[in-house]
Design a binder for this molecule. Structure first.
Ligand code: 3PG
Ligand code: MG
Length: 400
């Protein structure tokens, strides 16, 4: 059942009300300034909608995984970026020095209709991740209505995503969460055909659940990145000292036996002794003492043809880079997949990208966000959703 959204209640019901909005502003910050701000931008429609309708908008987020209060993890740079973005719409953003407590209560009491207040990092209180009852009550007592627009953190059963949310009578989805759930549900339940999945990155462990659900539905599953080496070893191909998930070898073997016609693996690789090694080699099998860091040129051609050759129909989901794309010498595979994704989209195929590093890889390839149908704000969360796992932050919302 679909969650009730901010559009499913009378817009007038927000007037003068304190609305606690869980957002995921867990973005990269360095030297006090925000890098990729996609997650911030995606929450703007919800924030502006509530503000325009006279709500007192209280934003709550975590940033990183701090061990208690740690100034390195302050959300102050995010408040600044949010102000830069919303400033154009004439909205002022204030920033609170904590997320609960008397000082925050005073700040909230002083808010006027349409005002926006960003609370300090929720994880400065260990009670947030512990979903502590008292902390949940404190958070919930500071507002009248609850909205979740943080799909990417909805797989966490924390105070702000679950425990505090439960204490509100009105628990709604924001625009971005709604969009994420719609796209991912379409893919999970009834993907347009042909349906193709491209998986890369390092950790197979995080992707097995999603793969188990998607393999029966997909027409092709293309596997690159470090994840591919576990499959190649399972097939008996030499993988040198490439990263292998030994624990998941038996699973890879079974998947290969059952879906031999669907799974596409690399047939050549860019190998080196280490990421810093400049004497790279294009090989069919990885020699002893070397590891694979990117897919090779023949593989790029096969994978790219598969991705872009959908004749404008169906759907493609991409999660995870094809190699160690942070290093230029190992970025070609990922860049080519990004370009093929864009080509498929321009031809009319629905394209979905999941995960922060995949978005970063796309940008590196010069492929803009609007050259895909949808970029999910959540890597981990989207994989968990696709695996059919319970999402506490979504199931706690009212349904319609
Ligand atoms: C993410 O970046 O994946 C989400 O913000 C959740 O963060 P977490 O993995 O630290 O809970
Ligand atoms: Mg994560």
């Amino acid at each position: 059942m679909a969650p009730r959204t901010v559009l499913d209640v009378d817009a007038k019901s927000f007037e003068g009300e304190r609305v606690l909005v869980r957002v995921d502003f867990n973005v990269s910050v360095s030297n006090g300034s925000v890098g990729e701000d996609y997650r911030i931008r995606m929450t703007i429609p919800t924030i502006e909608y509530l503000s325009k309708n006279g709500a007192k908008v209280i934003l709550a987020s975590h940033l990183g995984r701090p061990d208690g209060r740690d100034p390195d993890y302050t959300l102050a740079p995010v408040a600044k970026r949010l102000q830069e973005i919303t400033g154009r719409a004439g909205i002022k953003v204030r920033f609170a020095s904590d997320c609960v407590g008397p000082a925050v209560e005073t700040e909230i009491a002083q808010m006027g209709k349409g005002d926006i207040l960003l609370l300090e990092n929720l994880r400065f209180h260990p009670e947030e991740e512990a979903n502590d009852e008292e902390f949940c009550k404190k958070l919930a007592s500071q507002a009248d209505i609850y909205v979740n627009d943080a799909f990417s953190t909805s797989h966490r059963k924390h105070a702000s995503t679950y425990g505090a949310a439960r204490l509100f009578d009105t628990r709604l989805a924001g625009f971005n969460l709604k969009k994420e759930v719609e796209y991912l549900s379409m893919m999970r339940e009834n993907p347009p055909k042909p349906f193709k999945v491209v998986v890369g990155g390092v950790k197979i462990k995080d992707k097995i659940g999603a793969l188990e659900n998607l393999l029966p539905k997909a027409d092709k599953v293309i596997i690159g990145g470090a994840a591919a080496y576990t499959f190649l070893m399972a097939k008996g191909v030499k993988t040198g000292k490439s990263l292998i998930d030994h624990e998941r070898l038996p699973w890879a073997e079974k998947a290969l036996a059952k879906y031999a016609d669907k799974i596409m693996l690399p047939t050549d690789h860019v190998a080196a002794q280490s990421p810093a090694d400049t004497s790279i080699m294009m090989v069919k099998e990885i020699p002893e003492g070397m590891a694979g860091f990117d897919i090779g040129s023949e593989t790029i051609e096969r994978f790219s043809a598969e991705v872009s050759g959908t004749n404008g129909s169906g759907m493609i989901f991409w999660n995870g880079p094809m190699g160690m794309f942070e290093v230029r010498a190992f970025a070609n595979g990922t860049i080519n997949i990004a370009k093929s994704m864009a080509l498929a989209y321009w031809r009319g195929t629905k394209t979905l990208v999941g995960g922060g590093d995949t978005l970063e890889a796309m940008k590196k390839a010069g492929v803009a966000e609007n050259a895909v149908s949808h970029v999910s704000t959540g890597g981990g969360a989207s994989l968990r959703y696709l695996a059919g796992d319970e999402m506490p932050g979504v199931s706690v919302l009212q349904t319609k």
